[in-house]
Design a binder for this molecule. Structure first.
Ligand SMILES: *Cc1c(COP(=O)(O)O)cnc(C)c1O
Length: 497
């Protein structure tokens, strides 16, 4: 049976998974959602015996029903291979009464690799299936991690080009270095003078620019997105929640059917939405705890039912979560209306016009699986230090936001359900903030001296992704105003204006 996808904003046509992956965003500006969330057709006991790749197939085959078994398995095997530095792909580490699901063992040592190592293959396969002749141009706005993970995924993949926009002063030095040293003839990296939301809004505008799309088509190009709005990003993220539950079962950490909680450090709401999908597929999950940094728009939303982006944007030590418009929340809003695209579209219109909307009490009742909290910069740093001192385990700043929120949640509710914390980045990606949290005596050290010190302290080998950039030359130095994004794209594609 085929599972179709529709837009969150209108009752327009149904599309197949491969078409939704190709388009990224629906034509009406909405996000694609599956008509329903499929139920796992293997038991969790069976799944617990499977490798990551086998689990990925069992989960993804239910969503990507127009892919053949061969096509899907080929995509999975090309993605989850020796690019990852551990065969289990996503290990669980127990520390201080929680299970940290380490999603950072891929090429760029952050969780975006989990989806972005497979997206290029899903995309190329989708293009072939739909007889697409145009070259595919990936357009991405990044708050740091997506950019590099997308660049790494798409570099030199035939039939694709990739353009990444990042906020010039809104990413960590290591994140920036990782991006501007990217190799690959089809890659293009641009810093913009604005914040992440400016970059994201600019990219959305380009996607919606009908004139540009026409000019591109004539020149033999079409846009697609690698941002977390693409279902080709969302679906692969469901896999590791199913896998984590299976691993806990296998290791007898939980009993059959036992419910667990999940804490996710959240920005664009993609990762936590994937956990929600896993729950709806049949994984016994009780609470989904949404952890925010000081940009706590989601915490306020879950508390009050009002989503309000009219506030100061805070630059924090967890930059990948410095977001005021959580794109993927739209899918939850849509689902909570009982799948009413008109109602959802009205909320999104209000968001773009007034920067806010208020959901109805009925909709709020449909979101009781979720709860939110946030951690201040001080709480985040204190959590890194305390966990390190107690256990020797070092977590990055994003994961620390989740750990801090978990502590708050436990003392507020006395809910001591076993819990999986999504660990979204290696501490080596945010070394300065991490070391600074542990002890200020490290403040004077240079970036790579810090890396080596962290390696000794945590007793973890310096990841390859960091070793590589020690000496890599800068290959991208374009910086532009947010108004000039369109002309930059045309220039890169060598299209005459
Ligand atoms: C992207 C990212 C997040 C936020 O994930 P969303 O899916 O956008 O909510 C959290 N931590 C890290 C390290 C990230 O790169």
């Amino acid at each position: 049976m085929n599972l179709f996808y529709r837009s969150t904003r209108s009752k327009s046509e149904l599309v197949k998974a491969s078409q939704a992956i190709l388009r990224g965003l629906a034509e009406d500006g909405g996000l694609y959602v599956p008509e329903y969330v499929p139920t796992l057709d293997k038991s969790l006991e069976e799944l617990s015996q499977m490798s990551y790749q086998e689990t990925a197939y069992e989960v993804m085959k239910l969503f990507l029903t127009d892919f053949t078994e061969d096509e899907l398995k080929s995509c999975i095997n090309k993605a989850y291979d020796s690019k990852f530095d551990t065969e289990v792909i996503a290990p669980l580490v127990e520390a201080d009464g929680a299970y940290y699901l380490e999603l950072f063992h891929g090429a760029t040592i952050a969780f975006k690799d989990m989806a972005l190592s497979i997206l290029p293959h899903l995309l190329i396969t989708s293009a072939k299936k739909n007889h697409v002749k145009n070259e595919i141009v990936i357009l991405t706005a990044t708050s740091g991690d997506t950019g590099k993970a997308a660049l790494a995924g798409f570099a030199d993949v035939e039939g694709t080009r990739i353009i990444v926009f990042y906020p010039k002063n809104g990413v960590s030095p290591i994140q920036e270095k990782q991006m501007v040293t990217q190799k690959g003839k089809n890659t293009f990296v641009v810093g913009i003078t604005g914040n992440f939301d400016d970059a994201q809004t600019g990219v959305k505008k380009l996607f919606g620019d009908k004139e540009l799309v026409k000019v591109m088509d004539t020149a033999g190009f079409q846009f697609s997105s690698a941002n977390s709005i693409n279902i080709g990003r969302l679906i692969p993220q469901v896999v590791y929640y199913v896998y984590a539950y299976g691993q806990l079962l296998k290791e007898n950490k939980i009993e059959k059917g036992e419910k667990i909680n999940i804490v996710v450090p959240t920005g664009n709401f993609g990762n936590i939405l994937a956990a929600y999908f896993a729950k709806n597929m049949g994984v016994p999950i009780a609470k989904l705890i949404c952890a925010s940094n000081e940009n706590k728009v989601l915490y306020d939303f879950f508390e009050t039912g009002v989503y309000d982006r009219n506030r100061d944007f805070v630059l924090t030590s967890s930059p990948s979560m410095d977001i005021l418009i959580s794109s993927n929340l739209e899918r939850l809003i849509y689902l909570s209306t009982g799948c009413d695209p008109d109602k959802n579209a009205a909320f999104m219109k209000s968001l773009s016009r007034e920067g806010k909307y208020q959901i109805t009490p009925d909709m709020k009742d449909n979101m009781t699986d979720f709860c939110g909290n946030f951690a201040s910069e001080q709480e985040t740093a204190d959590t890194i230090k305390a966990l390190y001192e107690k256990t020797g385990y070092v977590i990055d700043t994003h994961t620390a936001v989740a750990a801090a929120v978990l502590n708050k949640y436990r003392s507020a509710t006395n809910d001591h359900t076993k819990v999986v914390v999504a660990s979204t980045a290696s501490p080596f990606k945010f070394t300065r903030s991490v070391m600074n949290a542990i002890d200020h005596k490290y403040d004077a050290m240079g970036d790579f001296e810090l890396v080596d010190t962290l390696s000794k302290l945590a007793n973890v080998k310096v990841p390859n992704a960091i070793e590589e950039i020690r000496t890599a030359p800068v290959l991208h130095d374009t910086v532009c105003e947010k108004e000039d994004m369109k002309s930059i794209v045309m220039k890169f594609l060598e299209i005459e204006e």
